[in-house]
Ligand binder design. Sequence first.
Ligand code: MTE
Ligand code: MO
Length: 209
Amino acid sequence: MTVDHPTAAGTPSRIPPGQRHVQGWPVSHYGPVPRFRPERWSLRVHGATSAERNWTFDELAGLPHRTVVADLHCATGPTSTDHEWYGIPATAVLDVVPPTPAVTHVMAWAEYGYAANLRLADFATSETLLATHHNGEPLTAEHGFPLRLVVPHLYGYKSPKWLRAIEYLTEDRRGFWEERGYHNIADPWQEQRYSYQEQEGDGPTLPAA
Ligand SMILES: Nc1nc2c(c(=O)[nH]1)N[C@H]1C(S)=C(S)[C@@H](COP(=O)(O)O)O[C@H]1N2
Ligand SMILES: [Mo]
């Protein structure tokens, strides 16, 4: 669900501070769009668990599914609205592949080594989805077909397209953009865009510039 957040002036807004609403749905990513090869594809859930799994795409159909309507906030400014996502809730993955009690974070891995780190609590929200569909249609190639993560309450770089693995971590590690100057937590309502804004405890120490 999309919630209205109070602005400084006290009027509710659904567009986070410093963001601009854009019509339609821009495509935004680094690098090429991968081709889906079903026979070579799997979703691996691994790391700190005794129940590691490796699902083929067809096997994902056996997991619970739900719909989430949410906005998408790219940290470079555009917010596109009213995306209807359909897919597997992250909570279902956590149920089927329980992390050990020591797990604090997850790394969401995509094709070509793209990755985004998330606090376990951010991954575990009821709105976090491993999405296969958008507005009733399978994802298009450029938006992440066959599977992408959607973490609606964080900036878009925490929502890897072309998702291939979830790794359970017992300590935090930076993902692709988090290593390259973007904020480790990425809450758009707090405008956590850049790593220089990080406070003590927000993430692993960065090498000195
Ligand atoms: N694999 C992969 N996923 C990615 C990215 C990327 O570079 N590679 N970019 C992220 C960023 S910065 C944003 S804003 C969203 C954009 O999603 P969209 O292209 O579907 O609008 O995808 C995210 N997922
Ligand atoms: Mo982005």
